[in-house]
Write a protein that binds this ligand. Structure first.
Ligand code: GDP
Ligand code: MG
Length: 598
């Protein structure tokens, strides 16, 4: 029967080990995509993904494969991102599957996210099929990587499939192994409808489009469905699968991975992780759903145009449907007006959210300096969480402040261990352990403040190790630290959105650095601007931005109207990302300057 011929699997791996490329070869070999429509990393269909060459969103696709046994199988393949900021996408994908292809670059070996993603797959009780990719590379060493997989992950890798996403070698064998090694779904087709919402997106015509995995039962157009967490009922208007474009179907049955639309117009009616059932024959219980994740970094988001506050709220709500890790709540800034404090899983996530809001919802935004959340105990004994540096209590009121700490695992070839340790030490890291993974590679473990990891650690780590180090981290708790808030004043007025929190040891240096950066970032105005960095009432650094009197175009020859127009146009565009703070025009980069400090 049909269900016994279904195979649902995710592809998981460390970033750049070749998930999306292997997915391409599978789509080609199964003729899911016509040759003329084929392009590299086809499932990375967001512009942002294509520009950056990374997968940001999970993406499911249905394909048909006629196996060597002569039978036709239906595969639901879910490609997932590899970057640590998008682990939540991976964990949601896995809950829709019975198996996972664990792709490991045969030249690089097991990396930090290989491990992290394998643990997620094991948590979901998935059958794991190890796949060694890039065996076309002269530096590929499949035997050693097999050993690594066995030693570090503890799964049998003797039967690992050797493939090359680049040349297509081994892909046919991989498809056979998916048939033989990954179990078919088993949910009762005639049972009550029970479907997990693992993703969703807002479509202005169809309303909310739900990505679902049916565990039991069936669903078709015209059926009444109910969202178990809210009790809300809807009539199904369309069901189908991505192949990879949406293809409407008559019905989805237990085991299927597809989509449902039901004229759901309000974004608050459903949440990723909810269970769908049928009010006529309800499921006994909701599916486990997903654990709520906590943001790692917070930043303020403000519309450049204050009148767009409600547009921003609506955009955030719609984006949240497609990005369940995004959190936000309204906040006000003296400098920037009304906006939102948003929580992200990391800086890449933060960057992606800002870009998606601007592109998909046509907004111009200012984002303030990112910050982790701190726990403050005041002298009166009360406690408070601080995710906005501007809210740090005054020096005299603060008894103790704690910051999040992480356990950081860094995998690196042994020749770079010295420079990795030096870097960790500089970032207030506390050494824990060091173990050899194999003959050449070492796993170095440090406990470090999250704030030091989030900011520029990863870039520094990469540049100190020629790109060979990989990193994974987990929050281990809050620890007291000697932290201070640095305020930035423009013409004696503190700009709340520019405040940031640092360790006292670095405060003088960072104060000077930020003041001189502001001088370069904030353009000259037609009056002088004094920039000061201060801790409480104490000014620790100052610079001056000289006045700029002349019209920029004044010096340009009037006989060259083209150039003049271009220049004015350029100025205008540059303005879009400027915010008037008092009388001073402050560009977006000023708010991000803390990220550029050494
Ligand atoms: P993902 O991040 O895991 O999705 O990785 P991608 O599929 O985007 O691939 C990362 C990079 O590795 C791209 O530049 C690919 O062209 C390259 N790549 C993928 N598979 C192979 C392979 O089998 N051999 C070689 N030589 N390069 C590959
Ligand atoms: Mg990818």
């Amino acid at each position: 029967d049909y269900q016994a011929h279904m195979r649902n699997f995710s592809i998981v791996a460390h970033i750049d080990h070749g998930k999306s490329t292997i997915a391409d070869r599978i789509l080609e070999l199964t003729d899911t995509v016509a040759e003329r429509d084929m392009k590299q990393q086809l499932l990375d269909n967001m512009d942002l993904e294509r520009e950056r060459g990374i997968t940001i969103k999970l993406n499911s696709v249905e394909l048909k494969y006629t196996a060597q046994d002569g039978e036709e199988y239906t595969f639901h393949l879910i490609d997932t991102p590899g970057h640590v900021d998008f682990t939540y996408e991976v964990s949601r994908s896995l809950a829709a599957c019975e198996g996972a292809l664990l792709v490991v670059d045969a030249a690089q070996g097991v990396e930090a996210q290989t491990l992290a993603n394998t643990y997620l797959a094991l948590d979901n009780d998935l059958e794991i099929l190890p796949v060694l990719n890039k065996i076309d590379l002269p530096s590929a060493d499949p035997e050693m990587v097999k050993e690594e997989i066995e030693d570090m992950i503890g799964i049998d890798a003797t039967e690992a499939v050797l493939v090359s996403g680049k040349t297509g070698f081994g892909i046919e064998e991989l498809l056979e192994r998916i048939v033989t090694d990954i179990p078919a779904p088993t949910g009762d087709i005639n049972g009550p409808l029970q479907a997990l919402i693992f993703d969703s997106i807002y479509d202005s015509y169809r309303g909310v489009v739900l990505s679902v995995r049916l565990k039991t039962g069936r669903v078709k157009v015209g059926d009444e469905i109910q969202i178990m967490s809210t009790g809300k009922k809807f009539e199904v208007t369309e069901v189908g699968v991505q192949s990879p474009k949406p293809v409407a179907k008559k019905e989805l049955i237990a085991g299927d991975v597809g989509y449902i639309t039901a004229n759901i117009k309000s974004v608050r009616e459903t949440h990723v992780g909810d269970t769908i059932t049928s009010p006529a024959n309800p499921a006994p219980a909701a599916l486990p759903g997903y654990r709520q994740i906590k943001p790692m970094v917070y930043a303020g988001l403000y519309p450049v145009d204050n009148g767009k506050f409600n547009d921003l709220r609506e955009a955030l709500e719609k984006l949240q449907l497609n990005d369940a890790a995004l959190e936000f709540e309204p906040e006000t800034s003296q400098a920037l007006g009304f906006g939102f404090r948003c929580g992200f899983l990391g800086l890449l996530h933060m960057d992606v959210v800002q870009e998606r809001l601007e592109r998909e919802f046509n907004l111009d935004l200012i984002m303030t300096a990112p910050s982790v959340d701190y726990h403050a105990t005041l002298t009166d004994g009360s406690e408070r969480m601080i995710s906005n540096p501007a809210e740090m209590p005054e020096v005299g009121q603060l008894k103790e402040i704690k910051e999040p700490f992480v356990k950081a695992e860094i995998m690196v070839p042994e020749e770079y261990v010295g420079s990795v340790m030096e870097l960790c030490q500089r970032k207030r890291g506390v050494f824990q352990t060091m173990d050899y993974l194999d003959k050449y590679r070492v796993n170095v473990v440090y406990e470090m403040p999250l704030s030091e990891i989030i900011f520029d650690f990863f870039d520094d780590l990469k540049s100190n190790t020629k790109g060979y180090a990989s990193l994974d981290y987990d929050i281990i708790g809050y620890r007291a630290s000697d932290l201070v808030k640095i305020d930035i004043l423009l013409n004696k007025e503190p700009v709340d959105a520019l405040s940031f929190i640092v360790h006292r040891e670095f405060s003088a240096e960072r104060g000077r650095e930020i003041a001189s950066m502001m001088k370069n970032i904030i353009p000259r105005q037609n009056f002088e601007v004094a920039v000061q960095a201060a801790i409480g009432a104490k000014v620790i650094a100052r610079t001056t931005i000289k006045a700029y009197r002349k019209d920029v175009t004044a010096r340009i020859h009037t006989g060259d109207p083209d150039r003049r127009a271009k220049l004015l146009d350029k100025q205008k565009r540059g303005k879009k990302r400027m915010k008037s703070v008092g009388k001073v025009e402050v560009p977006q980069e000023a708010f991000m300057a803390v990220l550029k400090m050494n």
